[in-house]
Structure formats: structure tokens, C-alpha cells
Design a binder for this molecule. Structure first.
Ligand code: ADP
Ligand code: MG
Length: 421
């Protein structure tokens, strides 16, 4: 079609008010408007949404966006509606809609107003919707959070496995766009295979975060004391401390408070009101530290988090990367400190013991990588990036000196200890 480079830049300005693309966005968008299958791998915050939103707004017909989280879909729809005078430009199709609302959605799609239709995968399987969507022009299908298709991802959703078959029923040669922030080669293979996009052009951004400093320390009986000391040395700075259990979250928050540190707890056991109170205290009211389970962080955008501490090791390198990734979003300093003890790994193994065998095997394989990371003497950045299928030059690469093993190599450390003796 007659879409050229000028159109793409003009549309970016017109719809989003941005004057420049981020990273690979422009290349991705060009590939999509050419009607090709596309696979996009970018870290969280990389700007994946715009990769499908912009082409959807520019093209004829309606783009279907598959996403697993209703809250995320609603946010995106509200944001898109904000850039247009036409409310029908974006819709969510889900089971909570009334008959009248569904009628409205269908009318808007049929009349060509709707450029983006967000659906949960389980809604897309409904015959009624499939029938309807067969009768309209679909510009492409974007599968967001595409790692949900893989058992090797952190959020496997069986309904994602049906997507390929349904998309094929919607029409001939509808382009498919897969997007994810999970960079492991296994998950990528699964996505490509299950979406049936073996010939797709792959766009993969670097996962390197050169401003983050990675450190692992042995977890002693006095880990609380170690954490207090670290936080006091960094007083006035914002930080997140992750714990495995809700009980530990509350205990540790209290210990910090007693020691004069402004800290709040956060976990999914609190009711919604309490959670948002603590979250606001951390985000806006000058509380320095949030002690939290992994329930904290999804969609939270605090640019000046200066440290992330893991009181307990997470269950995979992906989780570790996501959680530490909340530090230094503004490009400034971000210290990632994890406390490691093999006992904690055994605890995590035990948690899985009730699960199906296949799931346990995957869970254990992911855990062994965490052990490898904790116990390695090589550059931690190199280890993480290698895990994500990325080469890293530990001498000249960006952020090469930014981990404990590189700054204080183990042999040298031992030699120094000998001298002291
Ligand atoms: P992802 O889905 O990859 O985690 P998002 O799509 O949520 O990332 O985008 C992250 C942030 O980046 C959003 O606040 C978005 O508005 C912003 N963003 C995206 N593209 C651009 C751009 N070209 N210029 C400036 N900001 C951008
Ligand atoms: Mg996203």
C-alpha cells in the first residue's frame, strides 16, 4: 500500500506526539505495514505497544490485539481513545460486556471506525466472535505477551495455544505479530512454532542494562543486619526489597522501621485499599523502601529506584531480570543486591513438589540457572545476557565493570585474604 516513511513519522507525531522512534520501533513498523509476519523481543518498557498501535492506526481495517490481562487492555484502550475524538477507535471485547455494548463494538468495527480491538485469548475462541470477525477486514493480529504460549515462559496460558488455529479461520494470510519481553531462546522457539510464523522477521533489542550493578552475597543468619546496613549506607535513596513470603515481608518491614528506616510492606494479602495506600506512600510520599513479594512492580513506573535487594533468590533468571530491572529506569545508578543460600533453592523446589511432573522439571531447570548465576565467578552481566541468547564482551562491553565478580575477581580476593592471614 501507499504507506511510506514520511507517513510513518508524521503518524508518530500526529497520534503519539513523539518526534523520534525508540530503538527498533521504526524497523518493526515498516515490516508490519508491508504485511509481513513479525516477531518483536524487547525488554519491558522498550515500547512494544507502539509497534502495533501505530500500524493499526495507519492501516485499513481492524487490528486484533490479544493480551492476557484485562487491566492492561483497558489502560491501552483508554490511552488510545485519548488521542482521538472517536471513542470507537479502540475497544475491548470481553465477557463482561452487555449485549448493547457488544452491538456497539460490532457496529464500530463494521463501519471501519475501530482500528484496535483488544481481546483476551479465551474470548477469541468464542464461536460467536469468530463468526463475526470472519466477516470484517482484519489488518493483522498482534499477540502481546507472546511468551504465554510457552511452558518455558513464566506465565503459561493454555488458551494461547489455540491462537494459531483461530487466526487461520479469520481469513487468509492475516499477518501475525508476536511480542514479548522474554528473551530465552527456548521460549522464542516455542512462540515461533506455536504461532506458525517460522518465516517471520525477528527484531530483538539488547537486554543489557549497563547502569545496573549486580552483586550476590552469601545469606547469613544476620541477613537482616546486612540489609539494614546497606539501606543506611544508601539513606535517602529509593529501593525495593523482595522477599518470598508475605510473613517475611511484614517482619522485615517492621525490623527496618524499628531501625529508623522509612519502609512499607506490600503483598497480595492486603486488601486493595491498603495496597494502594502503601504503593502511593512509596511512589509519592517520600517513603524510601518498599518490602514486597513479587506482587509488587507490575506496571509500576518509578524512574529513580536506586536499589533492588533480593532477600530470597527468585525462581528464575527471567524473574531476577524483571525485578532488578525496576532499578535505574532513569539511566542513573541502580544497585542490585541478592542474598543467596542454597537452602532457599531447596525451599523453592519444595514449593513445586505438588505440581505436575512436567512443570516440576521445567521449574527445576530454571532454578538450576539461578544457582549457576549465584555461584558463578564470571561477569554476572555476561551470565544474564548469555542466558538471553546475547553475546557480551566482559572487557569492553557497555557496563563491563558493573558487577561484583568483575570488580573483585575471586582469585584476587582469595590472594588478598591470604596476605591478611
Ligand atoms: P513495553 O510494552 O515494551 O513494556 P510500552 O509499550 O508499555 O513498553 O512503552 C513503554 C513506554 O515508552 C510508554 O510510556 C510509552 O509511551 C513510551 N514510548 C514508546 N515509544 C516511544 C517513543 N517513540 N518515544 C518516546 N516514548 C515512547
Ligand atoms: Mg507491553
Amino acid at each position: 500500500m501507499g504507506l511510506n516513511e514520511m507517513d510513518i513519522h508524521a503518524s508518530l507525531k500526529k497520534y503519539f506526539g513523539f518526534s523520534k522512534f525508540k530503538g527498533l520501533q521504526e524497523k518493526v513498523i515498516k515490516n508490519i505495514v508491508q504485511g509481513n509476519n513479525t516477531f518483536v523481543i524487547m525488554p519491558t518498557g522498550g515500547g512494544k505497544s507502539l509497534c502495533y498501535q501505530l500500524p493499526a492506526l495507519m492501516q485499513e481495517g481492524t487490528a486484533i490485539v490479544v493480551s492476557p490481562l484485562i487491566a492492561l487492555m483497558k489502560n491501552q484502550v483508554d490511552a488510545i481513545r485519548g488521542i482521538s475524538s472517536e471513542n470507537g477507535i479502540a475497544h475491548v471485547l470481553n465477557s463482561s460486556l452487555t449485549k448493547t455494548e457488544i452491538r456497539q463494538v460490532k457496529d464500530d468495527i463494521t463501519s471501519g471506525i475501530t482500528k484496535l480491538l483488544y481481546v483476551a485469548p479465551e474470548s477469541l475462541t468464542k464461536e460467536e466472535y469468530v463468526d463475526f470477525l470472519q466477516s470484517v477486514k482484519v489488518s493483522f493480529v498482534a499477540v502481546d505477551e507472546a511468551h504465554c504460549i510457552s511452558e518455558w515462559g513464566h506465565d503459561f496460558r493454555p488458551e494461547y495455544r489455540n491462537l494459531r488455529t483461530i487466526i487461520a479461520r479469520l481469513g487468509d494470510n492475516i499477518p501475525i505479530i508476536g511480542l514479548t519481553a522474554t528473551a530465552t531462546p527456548k521460549v522464542q522457539e516455542d512462540i515461533i512454532k506455536n504461532l506458525g510464523i517460522t518465516e517471520a522477521k525477528v527484531f530483538k533489542a539488547s537486554f543489557n542494562r549497563p547502569n545496573l550493578y549486580y552483586e550476590v552475597r552469601p545469606k547469613t543468619a544476620n541477613v537482616e543486619g546486612d540489609i539494614i546496613r546497606f539501606v543506611k549506607q544508601n539513606s535517602g535513596k529509593s529501593g525495593i526489597i523482595y522477599c518470598l513470603s508475605r510473613k517475611k515481608v511484614e517482619e522485615l518491614a517492621q525490623i527496618l522501621q524499628v531501625n529508623g528506616i522509612s519502609a512499607v510492606p506490600y503483598h497480595a494479602g492486603f486488601d486493595a485499599k491498603t495496597r494502594s495506600k502503601y504503593q502511593d506512600m512509596f511512589l509519592m510520599e517520600g517513603v524510601d523502601v518498599v518490602v514486597a513479594t513479587i506482587a509488587f512492580g507490575m506496571g509500576i513506573d518509578k524512574p529513580d529506584v536506586r536499589f533492588v535487594i533480593h532477600h530470597d533468590m527468585p525462581k528464575s533468571i527471567e524473574s531476577y531480570y524483571q525485578e532488578t530491572g525496576r532499578a535505574g529506569r532513569d539511566g542513573g545508578e541502580g544497585h542490585c543486591l541478592a542474598f543467596y543460600s542454597y537452602k532457599d533453592i531447596e525451599k523453592l523446589e519444595k514449593f513445586m513438589s505438588g505440581k505436575p511432573v512436567a512443570e516440576q522439571e521445567i521449574g527445576n531447570a530454571l532454578l538450576q540457572e539461578v544457582v549457576g548465576f549465584a555461584e558463578t565467578s564470571m561477569s554476572r552481566r555476561k551470565f544474564i545476557l548469555h542466558y538471553f541468547g546475547e553475546e557480551f564482551d566482559e572487557v569492553n562491553g557497555d557496563g563491563a565493570e558493573m558487577d561484583d565478580n568483575t570488580r573483585n575477581p575471586k582469585e584476587k580476593q582469595e590472594a588478598k585474604d591470604d596476605v591478611v592471614k
